[in-house]
Design a protein around this ligand. Sequence first.
Ligand code: HEM
Length: 378
Amino acid sequence: MAELLSTSTSFSSIGVCFLRSASKRNITRSALPLLSSRRLPSLRTITAFLRPSPLDPVRLSSVQRAGGRSLSSSAGSAAAARSAASDPEQLRSAREDIRELLRTKFCHPILVRLGWHDAGTYDKNIEDWPQRGGANGSLRFDIELKHGANAGLVNALKLLQPIKDKYSGVTYADLFQLASATAVEEVGGPKIPMKYGRVDVTGPEQCPVEGKLPSAGPPSPADHLREVFYRMGFNDKEIVALSGAHTLGRSRPERSGWGKPETKYTKNGPGAPGGQSWTVQWLKFDNSYFKDIKEQKDEDLLVLPTDAILFDDPSFKIYAEKYAQDQDSFFKDYAEAHSKLSNVGAKFDPPEGISIDDDTTKGSTPEPFQAAKYSGKA
Ligand code: HEM
């Protein structure tokens, strides 16, 4: 994910990338100004440190003082408010608001990416919180949003900020993970076993250093994936299962430097048009990612080097083949791996976490996604 802007990815690696369809010309054209702007002098960085969030500094500081809870949260949750990072009733209401947001904005993929990038900085070799990184809400701060790997995620934060404002009894760390799991469930994915109560970091000085997330085009993709995901405590099976999240969404050259500006599957949205998707039905969570990256037959579909390696590396391949053939097995392993990802590095208050699934609320059945409907094809 660190793409062009990471220390481990260079233009030469983009030049040799074996995207089937992303033309080098498009990548280079769009990426150059991006790269230079990201390397502007440290004044921007300093400014970012001085501002807690571009979105809502006043409310943010009051939430932080309250330990991530609203002082005016519902009376029924007074007991929880004494000890818990988030309020269960507000979490459930926030989930309803997220569902409505998803229905109107079709922003499922970017919310999944937001949750993953907040958590994916985790280092299992560091014991102390928040130095160990992980799902702690640090991605709300400018300094981290401006990491190259996080290009575009400010848009996800902007979408969620009104919900954060409404439910100050929900921490950012919980909101990001709630939004991600809800997004997967709402487009046909498996139910993700989740718990809540993640404590937020309180300032930008607690953000992780840049370079913790994976690059899409490293010199040795298998080694790189293992280095990054083993650091987070994941194994080969979990790496492959989690990569299956690319069944959703698109890559945009103006953000990551990867992918075509648009394809027949993305030119009409839904949501903001453009980008290149990994799958035809990129708002449907299924196992088509594994089928498509195995076949590599459609020039309009994306295969990053770190996707392709899942069928080349002998250990990854066992799982990639299995998931291409058996969606149930993918869903089972994905749900477990996603759940684990949502918890890495998190500090829970109360320590055992809070369940909000004691109600009967389930993800609604998604409207079947038809790429043709959005691509103008009959
Ligand atoms: C295995 C290493 C990974 C690499 C190298 C990688 C790389 C990328 C890249 C380059 C993009 C395009 C970003 C853009 O241009 O907007 C992207 C998007 C995305 N990634 Fe990953 N990713 C990885 C793992 C994951 C994981 C573990 C998840 C979730 C569990 C995930 C979920 C997504 C989603 C949903 C999108 C689409 C976002 C959108 O449509 O706005 N990725 N990833």
